[in-house]
Design a protein around this ligand. Structure first.
Ligand code: DI6
Ligand code: FE
Length: 401
């Protein structure tokens, strides 16, 4: 059988469906043909391959390329000063109410050109890539006007022309209230629903629509209108839900068949049941939990008991999670949320793919999927979760190369 590349002498964490745990293969090979996995499994059972190129992995571990299913990589400016204010005692909500927070990033984002937004996002993207990320979701949400939200989505799309990585762009126009709509949140939601969502859909700029359902964001009723507009424009939805308080956003999102509900520290039993019934993924963001010094952890045991899939993401954003490491995200999920090693690794591969609606395409080492691999200098997969601030990536393969 012909293939373009063959990785031999490897240990595999396939994460494949129907296999227990991480789907481990001790003596494995992976074959790529035309950018896709032609075979991933034990060397014993592999067909005889004629490879244009063979790579001896010398016993290293191969996992699926890592996936970050929730980031806000596109933004202008920085918020290090706000961090100092928080160290001096100000809370995230206080800073937001005083006109700082998301709105200060909005000003810097509006002032930046599309090219400048791309340039400032690239180092953040590169940090993710350096740890084996092959797919990254990127949200708008700091433009908060038609022109600036569409500019942000175009910048997100541009990233995939600049680096060998798959980008999923999400429209998060309902992230915060822009000052010109002060006192008229419903008026801003009108703009989002009537103008911004249809324009993004018509130009093919968004793969999904998100909103921030929170006391300092938008109400459940406003979120529902955003979801209805997304549905009318043929776009799937996801939600920032139950991060700082319980707004019952996760249940609302599940009712719209949401791909994921994200954060979930204040998720209640009804929300968990609704997510389980709808197959909505719980995307956990331990970096934000850590950075805002939240003390209520998401209801992990109950999510587990209900069989809700759990993904992990950096939530990379300037206000609450200036984090560009999926390895550290896994460590935080284990230490802060008590996820198991298997749950952490599945969270940044298979379940992250599920959270993006891309499980048929990426997230496991299975024939037919895109050949996105991370090859690691570790003795056992647990090391990827255990270490802090150490990057054992040996090589990264995107679409077979
Ligand atoms: N939740 C978050 O944690 C970020 N956005 C959101 O909806 C915070 C965004 C920021 O502070 O800039
Ligand atoms: Fe977020």
């Amino acid at each position: 059988m012909r293939c373009d590349r063959l990785w031999t002498n490897a240990r595999l964490a396939t994460l494949a469906a129907g296999r227990p745990g991480l789907g481990l293969v001790e003596a494995g090979v992976v074959a790529a043909l035309d950018g896709r996995i032609a075979y991933a499994g034990s060397a014993d059972e592999a067909p005889a391959f004629e490879a244009a190129e063979t790579v001896d992995c010398e016993g290293r571990w191969i996992t699926p390329g890592l996936i970050d299913p929730h980031t806000h990589l596109i933004y202008g400016g920085d918020r290090a000063g706000e961090f100092e204010q928080r160290l001096a005692g100000a809370s995230y909500e206080e800073i937001a109410r005083a006109g700082g927070g998301i709105v200060s990033t909005m000003r810097a984002t509006r002032a930046a050109s599309q090219a400048q937004l791309v340039e400032t996002a690239l180092p953040r993207l590169d940090a993710l890539i350096a740890e084996g990320a092959t797919t990254v979701e990127v949200k708008s949400g700091y433009g908060l006007s038609s022109a600036d939200e569409l500019k942000s989505l175009r910048a997100a799309r541009d990233l995939s022309a600049r680096r060998p990585v798959r980008i999923r762009a999400t429209l998060l126009a309902a992230h915060a209230l822009p000052p010109e709509f002060a006192g008229d949140a419903d008026g801003y939601i009108d703009l989002v629903c009537r103008e911004i969502i249809p324009a993004a859909a018509a130009e093919g700029l968004a793969d999904a629509v998100d909103a921030f359902c929170e006391t300092i964001g938008f109400t459940p009723a406003q979120t529902r209108r955003v979801f209805e507009a997304a549905r009318a424009n043929g776009l799937p939805v996801k939600l920032h839900a139950e991060q700082l308080s319980n707004q019952h956003g996760a249940a609302l999102a599940a009712g719209f068949g949401a791909l994921s509900a994200d954060h979930l520290e204040y998720l209640d039993a009804a929300g968990i049941e609704a997510m389980a019934a709808a197959g909505t993924v719980a995307t956990l963001l331990p970096g934000a939990y850590y950075f805002v010094r939240e003390t209520q952890a998401p209801p992990i045991a109950a999510l587990r008991a209900h069989g809700v899939a759990m993904a992990l993401a950096t939530d990379c954003n300037p206000g609450t999670s200036p984090l560009t490491s999926l390895l550290l995200t896994m460590n935080m999920a284990a230490t802060l949320f008590r996820l198991t090693v298997d749950e952490c690794l599945a969270g940044v591969t298979r379940e992250a793919a599920r959270a993006l609606g891309l499980l048929a395409e990426i997230g496991t080492l299975e024939a037919g999927k895109a050949c996105d691999l991370a090859i690691w200098d570790v003795e056992r997969p647990a090391e990827l979760v255990y270490r802090m601030g150490f990057n054992p990536l040996h090589a990264r393969v995107w679409s077979g190369r």
